[in-house]
Design a protein around this ligand. Structure first.
Ligand code: SAH
Length: 409
């Protein structure tokens, strides 16, 4: 009787998983972060891998005493050896991706704009999956072994969202190499557009190169901050450092800036920025194809100054291991930025480095102000737009942090 009862009580899924699923058994004590629902299993925490899972296979994660913790995707080449798909036992299949993608899309329904991030990796319960929507086109990045394994299911789930006519893959980010994955780009679902991709944001149009441009083509995370700059720009002299295809610069022009100077080291990005400004009928700007570090020094030596300066550099520290070198680079550009500000001017400064916390970034910027000999106050703490949520159990999701600072008159 007793045995009968126990067998009946065991859910069918558990029964099946016990016999068919690959398992990762953790070292004693290494279950703690998973119990807090942090979705990464590091290689150093694993005691045993049972039944030879392959790249991207679904594995069951168990603590040293055998307790079930999660279902995860196996990344044999990465330090992050597994990424959690789900905290309860259940099948990881096409229906799972349909549900997760639909949930992520539904969560964005209250956010205005036709260009949005639809899926933001771990924070949407889909580690390694990033999907941006530009009108009827979705550009997806598959950045982990698990995401790679489920390419077809993820593409299908994105393609069936209302209004989506094509899904393009841009899986060429450096992080794929850490997973042992080659770059992969191309059309996944639907037909090629035949015309360049256009991003509409706050009434401005940007032509974006979805095949060659950075990330998925555009930096949607700065959407709200670009509008903030527009509101500050009237009659101001504005300097946009690391301007890419003109995101901030065009908003300064749209906000009736007195003058706009924009710098980027990429020729194609600057050509796109110029074309985007013309397309929107905006006034001329000074577009400089140059290194920001050198140009700011040149401006300082020439005695140039501005009312408003934006510093939106690339990721100097992809991980905490690069934090020290990155800190020097952030300090350098912020120090120069402070020196180029006119009295009463404002600095909008960002870090998109996962390896530099908001707290550390604020300390670096404070050190830069001190060395520049300026007195500055924080007017706002700046973040990515709401379509880039940060799961409470995944602080790494808060990669973009910024400060709006004003110096004394
Ligand atoms: N502010 C932009 C995004 C910036 S992305 C937006 O709102 O869309 C970072 C940019 O920095 C890229 O365009 C890259 O080409 C540029 N970049 C990287 N290193 C640079 C350097 N040392 N000097 C100038 N530009 C640089």
């Amino acid at each position: 009787m007793k045995g009968q009862k126990a067998r009946d009580a065991a859910p069918l899924t558990n029964y099946r998983m016990n016999f068919s699923m690959h398992k990762l058994i953790l070292k004693p004590g290494r279950e703690k972060s998973l119990k807090r629902r942090h979705p990464w299993v590091f290689s150093g925490g694993i005691a045993k891998v049972e039944s030879e899972p392959q790249l991207g296979d679904t594995v069951e994660v168990r603590s040293a005493d055998g307790a079930f913790l999660a279902v995860a995707a196996y990344s044999p080449e990465s330090q992050i050896r597994a990424r959690v798909w789900a905290w309860n036992a259940g099948d990881i299949d096409a229906a799972f991706f349909m549900r997760r993608v639909a949930t992520a899309a539904a969560a964005r329904q209250g956010i205005a704009g036709e260009s949005l991030r639809l899926v933001h990796g771990e924070s949407d319960g889909l580690p390694g999956v990033v999907a941006d929507r530009y009108g009827d086109t979705v550009v997806v990045q598959l950045l982990s072994a698990g995401a790679e394994r489920w390419r077809g299911a993820i593409a299908d789930a994105l393609a069936v969202l209302p209004g989506v006519v094509r899904v393009i893959e841009r899986s060429d980010a450096d992080v794929r190499a850490l997973e042992g994955l080659p770059p992969q780009n191309g059309l996944l679902r639907g037909e090629a557009a035949g015309v360049p991709l256009t991003v509409r944001e706050h009434g401005l149009e940007f032509v974006v190169d979805a095949e060659q441009g950075h990330k998925t083509g555009f930096y949607l995370d700065q959407r709200d901050n670009r509008l903030l700059l527009r509101g500050l720009s009237k009659d101001k002299t504005v300097l946009d450092c690391f301007c890419y295809c003109g995101g901030f610069a065009l908003n300064a022009l749209a906000g009736s800036a007195k003058s706009v100077t924009a710098i980027d080291s990429s020729g194609p990005a600057l050509a796109a920025a110029r074309a985007n400004a013309a397309r929107n009928g905006l006034p001329e700007a000074e577009w400089l194809e140059a290194d920001v570090f050198q140009t700011l020094r040149r401006f300082r030596d020439a005695g140039r100054s501005f009312n408003l300066i934006v510093l939106d550099p690339p990721k100097f520290a992809p991980t905490a291991a690069h934090a020290e070198k990155a800190a020097r680079a952030y300090k350098d550009i912020n120090l120069l930025g402070f020196k180029l500000l006119r009295p009463g001017g404002a600095l909008m400064t960002y870090s998109c480095s996962g390896g530099v916390s908001a707290d550390l970034f604020q300390k670096i910027v404070a050190g830069a102000a001190l060395d520049a000999g300026v007195d500055a106050r924080i007017e706002r703490w700046l973040h990515a737009s709401a379509d880039h949520p940060v799961a409470l159990n995944f602080p790494e999701g808060e990669y973009l942090k910024g400060l709006l600072l004003r110096v004394s008159t």
